[in-house]
Design a protein around this ligand. Structure first.
Ligand SMILES: Nc1ncnc2c1ncn2[C@@H]1O[C@H](COP(=O)(O)OP(=O)(O)OP(=O)(O)O)[C@@H](O)[C@H]1O
Length: 384
């Protein structure tokens, strides 16, 4: 039977919850028994599973009612640790509204991440099972991982059901510390407004950036990839998330202490190598904001089919202090030693010999140069 198959094989390594007014249905891993917990006012938590008795017979009956085969799944990928634990708490509060607003039209499924990169696996499985949308609930790190789950081995992940013509969409409920990706669309950290967007179901194709390293490893990003000082600042900032948006200031101060501008060479759109001296930071925007509200790539547009590169050169620490307000407002492109261009691809190498040049994408540390960054135009459908 369809739903039994679905529950037995969806998310082989993850807990997966179907929601209904009075029931929470929990699928455990492949080969394990299924369980249902009834009449719980809150989601069933992983830690509570031990006390739940397997009731497969009853569950089958109930699943046919709850997880309607007429409806497609909305899979909410929730990072309970996002925004220093606030994401998990806000999600709990949001759930009753979300179920009443969306539950009549969709099967509401939730999956809590258990650690870094878990959201990638959840997303891949959801797409293979033909979900209507995978919705990242958290900050930019969670969106980043969900976006990476749309791809596997260099190719887009597809539904196992070839008759399923409607692609799985990406959705976002921004509940992170910075939530910078949402800013490009003018979305606040208001989860109720985000649920309304999902209810309306408007979709739009957006571009995705792909970063390739010397070992051909690939990482996808949807917001901003950045290199050198800002990436180092982001690396440190991630260690101070408990201070909220202040983490970016602390991270920047720490990064500055060991910073040197370095000579790079860049290759744009597969052209000739260009010398790019004394780079402070090189930012590649698919969208406009990073660092908790800095409009670093103001010309970027995720629906443009290209990426916007902004390069800061020869900057001293006091240049940042003097121009910080311009970086926040996106008026820094006219500042001396700041340049901007639109690209399809850019390769970046450090030629100073010092090495150790940080790169991050969507706030996640990705290692060091050299890297090649390309745009994948209209790669994903997004709910907006
Ligand atoms: N269960 C978990 N426990 C610990 N870390 C997790 C868990 N699930 C996901 N993560 C990691 O948490 C990191 C941050 O998550 P997220 O981006 O959602 O929140 P944030 O950092 O507060 O927000 P923002 O990125 O917008 O500033 C991600 O790198 C992700 O890999």
């Amino acid at each position: 039977m369809k739903m039994m198959t679905c529950h037995s094989f969806i998310y082989p390594n993850h807990n997966y919850y179907y929601h209904h007014q009075n029931f929470y249905f929990v699928a455990l891993g492949r080969g394990t028994s299924m369980a249902a917990a009834s009449a719980s006012p809150t989601p069933v938590l992983r830690s509570e599973l031990k006390s739940v008795e397997p009731v497969e017979q009853d569950l089958q009956t109930a699943l046919n009612f709850v997880s309607s085969p007429r409806h497609r799944d909305l899979v909410f990928v929730v990072n309970p640790q996002g925004a220093n634990g606030r994401t998990g708490k806000d999600w709990k509060k949001l759930l009753p509204f979300l179920r009443s607003r969306l539950g009549n039209d969709y099967n509401i499924c939730e999956s809590f991440t258990t650690g870094p990169r878990h959201a990638i696996d959840i997303t891949r499985e959801a797409i293979r099972e033909g979900a209507e949308a995978v919705i990242a609930v958290g900050g930019d790190g969670t969106i980043y991982e969900v976006v990476n789950g749309f791809f596997c081995d260099g190719k887009p992940v597809a539904s196992n059901n070839k008759e399923n013509l409607k692609a799985t969409a990406l959705g976002v409920i921004p509940l992170g510390t910075g939530s910078d990706f949402a800013r490009t669309f003018g979305w606040s950290n208001d989860p109720y407004a985000a649920v309304e967007r999902v209810a309306k179901g408007m979709r739009s194709r957006v571009d995705v950036g792909v970063i390739t390293g010397p070992t051909s490893d690939q990482n996808y990003f949807i917001n901003v990839a950045d290199i050198h000082l800002s990436a180092k600042a982001g690396f440190y900032a991630s260690k101070y998330k408990k201070f909220g948006n202040l983490c970016y200031v602390i991270g920047a101060l720490q990064a500055f202490m060991s910073h040197y501008n370095q000579d790079f060479r860049i290759k744009v759109n597969e052209g000739e190598w260009e010398f790019c001296p004394q780079v402070t930071a090189l930012c590649v925007g698919n969208a406009k904001f990073f660092g908790g509200g800095m409009k670093i790539t103001p010309n970027a547009d995720p629906r443009s089919g290209n990426l916007s590169v902004v390069i800061l050169q020869h900057f001293k620490w006091y240049d940042f202090i003097l121009n910080l307000h311009k970086i926040y407002s996106g008026t820094h492109l006219k500042v001396k030693n700041v340049s901007s261009r639109s690209v399809n691809s850019i390769e970046v190498e450090d030629i100073s010999g010092r090495g150790g040049v940080y790169i991050q994408s969507d706030g996640e540390h990705l290692g060091f140069l050299p890297k090649k960054i390309c745009v994948l135009p209209s790669a994903i459908e997004m709910i907006c």
